[in-house]
Design a protein around this ligand. Structure first.
Ligand code: SF4
Ligand code: SF4
Length: 522
């Protein structure tokens, strides 16, 4: 099927960047060998923390659930292969903070023995049940954001999804995992799209692919011609960064902007990454949870850039070795993600997680590290010209520097998609996006602290009220008891017989005599 002639729209700003895609696409997709040990962070998604379901010494099989949570915004973690749980301990993970996090460490036994799988006969299940199965498979958005797929689908179903958008744009330099997935797994990807269509019943499905991926477009077009997907089109979009951002892609395809404070499904749209569609197809057809993902290993400091299907938990060092090793081991700057939106990693001991679409091994001097020395803003306005979110990056910069966080909100800091366009064009080399990330983290931390303190205060006040009520209740009970006793005594007194007057007179005489005798003795 030829590319669709659909009318496309433009978003504000953006940049045309050197793609650096050819380096990793020069080699075929390879399955990475199993490393001796896997490090599986308990939390590999946006949302709530999982708890470990295994203990040190347990044997796990490929596909066993090893960490989960009862929360709605979560995705369980499964053992990517068989082995023995060696430890549950802090280990360096892929996070901008560089801090360690709790990981389940599995000594791989090399057998790759799998737990019994349960493929899903989708004709037998309601959409809500299929979403539950996606949840149990631990599937998250594989475009890099790692938001759990099931709550996204549930919320979208509560609205009417007019247009389902399958995102194969992959606009950031160096990253080619989606491109190679579409070239190699077009049929499987479209079957995943079909399952999403069954769940969501969208009016139209648009598969968006950038025009710098002709092989992927051809592969999907061939597969689509053989598939029977209703109202499904391939749309070729121009190569401009960040066309793959959800808001930007929606604008390109529909001309619509997501209003501030709303999400795509609020206006009848839903985006899913191509890798997520493959993960859904595998979960339904093979009963296979999310155990691996395709990762691009590239950069100017790795000998043989390539894409690998790697088990989750594989240390980056293992993949770098498979890609021929570092060209200059003394000058390594590792980045997870691309050069625009990625973040630096402290070491190659960090494991691959569900969000790891790309690992860049750069020479230290190629990518500037986070906040460092730079020149002052010269108010040239270039950052504003390129901002795809139509923000005012210069003002955001001043307010983040001045820590005027209320003002950053007025300038819609949280609409910033951290694309890095502003930093890339700034003649003063100000790492603007790093300032915004730092400010967002600080604001979120303050909000979280405020939330915790509000909850603690509410708990304290509730306890105080409960104790006061209890005391009131006790006092009332004692008062009622006293009154009951009093009434009883009064009742007893009223019921007693009247005294005998003769006997009373005798008693009085007797008492007088006793007093007289005592007086004489004294
Ligand atoms: S591009 Fe840099 S120097 Fe120019 S206005 Fe923006 S922050 Fe200032
Ligand atoms: S990083 Fe944020 S402020 Fe800078 S160009 Fe991108 S969206 Fe705009």
């Amino acid at each position: 099927m030829a590319a669709d002639p659909r009318k496309l729209h433009r978003f504000h700003g953006g940049l045309v960047l050197d793609g650096h895609k050819a380096e990793s696409l020069a080699r075929p997709l390879r399955e990475a060998s199993l490393p001796p040990r896997l490090y599986l962070p308990l939390k590999q998604h946006i949302g709530d923390q999982n708890l470990p379901l295994v203990e040190v010494g347990n044997r796990v099989l490929k596909g066993d659930v090893i960490a989960a949570s009862a929360s709605l915004i979560c995705a369980p973690v499964h053992a990517p292969t068989s082995g023995i749980v060696r430890a549950i301990e802090p280990h360096p993970v892929a996070h901008p903070s560089g801090q360690a996090d709790l990981c389940i460490v599995v000594d791989v036994d090399g057998e790759d023995a799998a737990a019994p799988a349960e493929p899903v006969d989708i004709a037998k299940f309601e959409p809500a049940e299929l979403i539950e199965k996606i949840c149990r498979a631990g599937i998250v958005g594989l475009g890099g954001a790692a938001f759990p797929t099931s709550p996204k689908l549930s919320r979208a179903r509560a609205h009417r999804v007019e247009t389902l958008i399958i995102n194969g744009v992959e606009c950031e330099p160096y990253i080619t995992c989606d491109d190679i997935l579409m070239r190699n797994r077009a049929d499987e990807m479209l079957r995943g799209v079909g399952y999403l269509q069954q769940i969501l019943a969208p009016g139209t499905t648009l598969i968006a692919i950038e025009d710098n991926k002709p092989e992927a477009i051809a592969a999907i077009a061939r597969a689509l011609a053989a598939a029977s997907l209703p109202q499904t089109e391939i749309v070729t979009v121009p190569t401009i960064y960040p066309a793959g951002g959800e808001k930007q892609l929606i604008q390109i395809l529909t001309g619509r902007e997501i209003p501030h404070g709303q999400l795509a499904f609020d206006i009848g749209l839903l985006c899913h990454n191509v890798g997520t569609c493959v993960a859904i197809a595998r979960a339904f057809e093979h009963g296979e949870p999310l155990l691996s993902r395709i990762v691009t290993i590239s950069g100017d400091n790795v000998a043989a850039p390539a894409n690998f299907e790697a088990r989750l938990g594989t240390p980056i060092a293992h993949l770098i070795e498979l890609a021929g090793g570092y060209l200059d081991a003394d000058s390594v700057h590792l980045v997870m993600g691309g050069p625009m939106m990625g973040f630096s990693l402290a070491s190659d001991a960090v494991p691959i997680v569900k969000a790891s679409n790309c690992i860049l091994a750069m020479r230290d001097e190629t990518i500037p590290r986070a906040l460092g020395p730079h020149d002052e803003c010269i108010r040239c306005g270039k950052c504003t010209e390129v901002c795809p979110a139509s923000l005012l990056p210069q003002q955001l910069y001043w307010h983040t520097r001045a820590r005027s966080f209320e003002r950053t909100r007025e300038y819609h800091l949280f609409d910033c998609i951290e694309c890095g366009c502003c930093s890339a064009v700034c003649p003063s080399r100000i790492p603007l996006v790093q300032y915004y990330r730092a400010a967002k983290s600080e604001i979120r931390a303050a909000e979280h602290a405020q939330y915790r303190s509000d909850r603690a205060r509410a708990r304290f006040e509730f306890r105080e009220r409960r104790l006061a009520l209890k005391q009131q209740h006790e006092e009332e009970r004692r008062r009622q008891k006293r009154e009951a006793l009093k009434r009883k005594r009064e009742g007893d007194a009223a019921a007693a017989p009247a005294p005998d007057p003769v006997q009373a007179a005798l008693e009085r005489v007797k008492a007088r005599k006793q007093r007289a005798t005592q007086d004489e003795l004294s």
